[in-house]
Design a protein around this ligand. Structure first.
Ligand code: SAM
Length: 257
C-alpha cells in the first residue's frame, strides 16, 4: 500500500467482470501479473458470446456510462479531434458520436476485439495503433489508469501529453476513487466511521482473501484516491483545471499548457 502526500493506493484482485467469470476465459488469470491485452481479448471474446448488443448489458452499468458520455460530450469544443484511450466495448463513444456529428472521434483499446459493437459505426474511427503525426484537441481516459502502476501512469501520461495532445489540449481522466465522497457519495456519521475502519482494514482484507482463495483471481490493478491521480498528473506536467465527483466516479480535467 502506498501512502505518500495523502495519496492512498492499494492493489485490487478480481474474479469476474460484467458477469463473466475469469476462470472461464481461454487465458488463465494471474494473481501476480497485470492483465495483458491477450487476457482482455479473451475476456471480450466471452463478452461477445454473452451479450449481443449494448442493450443486453446491465442497466446500472449502461446508466452510469450514459451520464459519463453526456458529461464528456459537454466538455468537447465544436469540431474537436477527440481520442478515447482504452475505449473497451465503445458504448460511451457510440453515445458521444450519436449526439456530436461535428467531432472527429477516434477510439483505441489494446484489446483488438473489444470494440466489435461499434466497428460498423462510421462516426467513430477505431484505430489499432497511435501515430504521433496525428494529435488530438481532447483525450479522455475512462477507467483505464487503474490497470497501470503509479510510475507507469506518469510515463504513460507524459507520452500522451507530449506525443498525442495538441498544445492547449485537454485531458479528461475518469476513475472510481477509493474515497466515496470523491465520487460524489455523501456519507452519514456511521458511514464515515465504517469507511475509516474499512480503509484501514481493506488492503489486509483483500490480501487475506486473495491468499485464502487464489484460484481464479486476476491482479486487476490499483484503487487510488484523487491525491494519487493529481500527483501523477503533476509529475506528467499537466496544468490542473477541475476535479468533480458525481455518478459514483471522479472526473479530473487537466490541460497541456
Ligand atoms: C474497465 S475497461 C473501460 C472501458 C471503457 N473506457 C469504459 O469506460 O467503458 C478498461 C479497458 O482498458 C483497456 N486497457 C487496459 N490496459 C490498457 C493499456 N495499457 N492500454 C490500452 N488499453 C488498456 C482494456 O482492454 C479495457 O477495455
Amino acid at each position: 500500500m502506498r501512502m505518500k502526500n495523502c495519496c492512498v493506493e492499494y492493489p485490487v484482485y478480481e474474479k469476474e467482470w460484467l458477469g463473466i467469470s475469469f476462470d472461464k476465459l481461454s487465458v488463465k488469470p494471474s494473481f501476480y501479473d497485470l492483465a495483458t491485452s491477450e487476457f482482455y481479448d479473451a475476456f471480450y471474446e466471452k463478452f461477445l458470446d454473452k451479450y449481443s448488443g449494448f442493450m443486453d448489458l446491465p442497466g446500472d452499468w449502461l446508466a452510469a456510462k450514459r451520464i459519463t458520455a453526456e458529461y464528456i460530450s459537454g466538455l468537447l469544443p465544436d469540431g474537436a479531434k477527440v481520442l478515447s484511450y482504452g475505449c473497451g466495448s465503445g458504448y460511451v463513444e457510440s453515445l458521444i458520436a450519436s449526439n456530436r456529428s461535428d467531432l472527429r472521434l477516434t477510439a483505441f483499446d489494446f484489446a483488438e476485439v473489444a470494440s466489435k459493437f461499434i466497428e460498423n459505426d462510421s462516426s467513430v474511427n477505431i484505430i489499432k495503433e497511435l501515430d504521433p503525426k496525428y494529435k488530438f484537441n481532447v483525450i479522455y481516459i475512462n477507467h483505464v489508469l487503474y490497470a497501470i502502476d503509479f510510475q507507469g501512469c506518469i510515463e504513460f501520461l507524459s507520452k500522451i501529453r507530449n506525443d498525442f495532445l495538441e498544445d492547449g489540449g485537454t485531458l479528461i481522466i475518469v476513475n472510481h476513487s477509493n474515497i466515496p465522497y470523491e465520487n460524489g457519495i455523501k456519507l452519514n456519521f456511521y458511514g464515515k466511521l465504517k469507511l475509516i475502519v474499512k480503509s484501514i482494514l481493506k488492503p489486509y482484507y483483500k490480501k487475506a482473501k486473495f491468499f485464502i482463495s487464489k484460484r481464479g483471481f486476476q491482479f486487476w490493478g490499483w484503487e487510488r484516491n484523487n491525491a494519487c491521480y493529481l500527483e501523477i498528473l503533476r509529475k506528467s506536467n499537466f496544468d490542473f483545471m477541475e476535479v468533480k465527483g458525481f455518478n459514483q466516479h471522479s472526473y479530473l480535467i487537466v490541460k497541456k499548457g
